[in-house]
Design a protein around this ligand. Structure first.
Ligand SMILES: [Zn+2]
Ligand SMILES: [Zn+2]
Length: 179
């Protein structure tokens, strides 16, 4: 769905759409649109400032590998949005606009409008948590043998930890080294 300014000038566009799983490319091979992406809302054109205003709500399930154990982890995202898009030419030409661009809710459109998928993709990527884990207490993989510690406890001993322990044991307070 593409919001054309010429159409929006005539009347706001009320939308209610569903994109099939996998239809939205999330620009990262690790991220997958695992469920339908549904969105509804309204797009309108604010003539006086040449801004496109899009607001609504979307819902989607995104799959990504767990940061700790690499097993698939799902993230259900349901979010409202309320966004303003200004013409790109203003960004290129204006100093005053530069300040506005710092505002997270203001974006830019190029040419004769903006695509809903582009808007939603950006919102999904922003909504994903920085750390993605399959469950809060995921124990991750053993750094030595690679075994998933959620399933089994291995017998590896991390060398870094051990040598620090050895150093502590041989440390005798009050004695000078070598005597
Ligand atoms: Zn995990
Ligand atoms: Zn191990």
């Amino acid at each position: 769905m593409f919001f054309k300014i010429r159409d929006l000038e005539l009347k706001p566009n009320r939308f209610e759409v569903a994109f099939a799983p996998g239809e939205v490319d999330l620009l990262d091979p690790e991220l997958q649109q695992a469920g339908p992406l549904t969105a509804e809302g309204v797009a309108e054109f604010l003539d006086s400032v040449s801004e496109i205003h899009v607001r609504g709500e979307f819902r989607v399930r995104v799959n990504a590998p767990c940061d700790r154990c690499l097993e698939p982890a799902g993230e259900e995202i349901r979010q409202k949005f309320d966004l303003y898009y200004r013409p790109m030419e203003e960004l290129e030409g204006g100093v005053e606009v530069g300040l506005k661009a710092a505002d997270a809710d203001v974006g830019f459109y190029e040419g004769d409008g903006i695509s809903l998928i582009d808007i939603l993709r950006e919102q999904i990527l922003l909504a994903l948590p920085a750390q993605r884990v399959c469950r809060k207490d995921c124990r991750g993989l053993c750094p030595i043998c690679g075994l998933s510690l959620n399933e089994q406890q291995c017998s590896c001993v991390a060398p870094a930890v051990e040598s620090r322990w050895e150093a502590l044991k041989s440390f005798k307070p009050g004695l000078k080294a070598g005597k």
